[in-house]
Design a protein around this ligand. Structure first.
Ligand SMILES: Nc1ncnc2c1ncn2[C@@H]1O[C@H](COP(=O)(O)OP(=O)(O)OP(=O)(O)O)[C@@H](O)[C@H]1O
Length: 253
């Protein structure tokens, strides 16, 4: 849909007509890697609904299943048992082509390492994704949203780690994903830089309404969430609701 000024407004996506459904419905989800003596049960009997626009922090010890859960929600990995629905789409029954389409259309990923292309500028790194997106926002808008408008023509090597992570976030959101999945987004960053990156993720969740799920080892970040999901040994050990969400500026660790 064109607004006539060259800015593409968002078409009512199929997901919008499903707005009464949770973004994710996870039922009896299990994931087993390997078999026999080397079998690892990474997830067991996980049940969770994620509401549209929610900000969830996933906490848990190393090996508790956080990345496995995020990867299944993002269509990068598949369930061994149970169901995962995105709206009314059963991801656990999807084939590779359907998962690829799902990832392209609906999911933005942010990882600990930024995976930017060194020979491309900030603008070009973000623009790359828009070729395969259905309703991308203007690249300059995504770059401005992460506070890097003035650095648009710079190359990754000319940026700090936090700035590079913000480019990775711009790249993840330029296609207007329904969900932003972040695996240790501040893991490689110092305190102040980590906070700047969290501020960007919080802003995207608040201003664009993008559902955000963030894995962290840093329990202080849990204060930003609507809900905190604690994983242990592949199971949900507890879910806490924050009566008042803290801003990244209010977090301390
Ligand atoms: N591809 C794989 N093959 C075999 N085992 C795997 C694979 N991926 C993960 N695992 C195992 O599944 C379990 C859960 O791993 P996962 O990466 O989800 O944990 P995590 O909570 O994200 O850990 P960390 O905080 O260290 O990143 C671990 O025991 C891990 O060794």
């Amino acid at each position: 849909m064109s607004t006539g000024n060259g800015v593409s407004a968002r078409e009512p996506a199929q997901a919008d007509s499903l707005s009464h459904l949770p973004v994710f419905r996870i039922r009896h989800l299990g994931k087993t890697y390997g078999s026999g003596a080397i079998e690892v049960r990474a997830l067991r009997d996980v049940d969770l609904d994620v509401a549209r626009g929610e900000f969830i922090v996933l906490l848990g010890a190393s090996g508790s299943g956080k990345s496995t859960l995020l990867n299944i929600l993002g269509g990068l990995d598949t369930a061994s048992d149970g169901q995962v629905y995105f709206g009314d789409q059963d991801l656990s029954a999807a084939d590779e082509a359907q998962l690829t389409a799902y990832r392209r259309r609906h999911v933005g990923f942010v990882f600990q390492f930024y995976n930017l292309i060194p020979s491309l500028t900030v603008f070009e790194n973000v623009a790359l994704v828009t070729d395969i997106a259905e309703h991308p926002m203007p690249v300059a808008e995504a770059v401005a949203m992460v506070g890097l408008a003035a650095r648009s023509g710079h190359f990754p090597a000319q940026l700090s780690g936090g700035e590079q992570q913000r480019v990775a976030i711009a790249r993840a959101i330029v296609k207007r994903p329904d969900v932003l999945l972040c695996d240790e987004p501040t893991g490689a960053l110092d305190y102040a830089t980590g906070k700047l990156v969290l501020e960007v993720i919080e802003r995207i969740n608040r201003e664009l309404g993008t559902t955000a799920i963030v894995i962290t080892h840093n329990a202080a970040i849990a204060g930003m969430a609507d809900r905190v999901v604690r994983l242990g040994d592949g199971r949900i050990q507890g879910i806490e609701v924050n009566a008042r969400k803290l801003t990244p500026a209010e977090l301390a660790w």
